[in-house]
Design a protein around this ligand. Sequence first.
Ligand SMILES: [Zn+2]
Length: 165
Amino acid sequence: MLREKCKPVKEITPEIRRIAEELIQTMQAHNGLGLAAPQIGYALRMFAIQISDEIDEENYPMDAPPQVFINPIITRFSKEKVVLSEGCLSIPGLHEDVIRPQCIDFEALDIDGNPFIQKELKYWRSRCIQHECDHLDGVLFIDRLPSILKKKHDAELKIIEAKFK
Ligand SMILES: [Zn+2]
């Protein structure tokens, strides 16, 4: 399912609210910064995050209350790019520097179906949203690595894959 293109959520039903709750609980149980629906077995365009767009004095991400976003779209990517280390709950133990646009404008529905718009998002929140939106299109952060780096992790990735098959 991690490689599927997920379907838009048509209506916020009790089932969608239940999945939203499951996303938050699973994310928190595993100390994740974000978690997308396909990671827990639902090919739907929704994800949870708990990360602020501020950083502490050491450039580390700051926590924010958990939020679930439905049918998210990144409407603008900045030209400036930035390197940040990424990991993924679906690829346990692997962390690597990934280059992505620094700022984004972001739109989604919240869990009550209200439109949610944020402009000029930066730092880890921007990064986390880009990572989670990728999940909804079947893209993993390892796909964004230069081939030489991907090769470096080839054996490790095969072991992880075998373990979960
Ligand atoms: Zn991930």
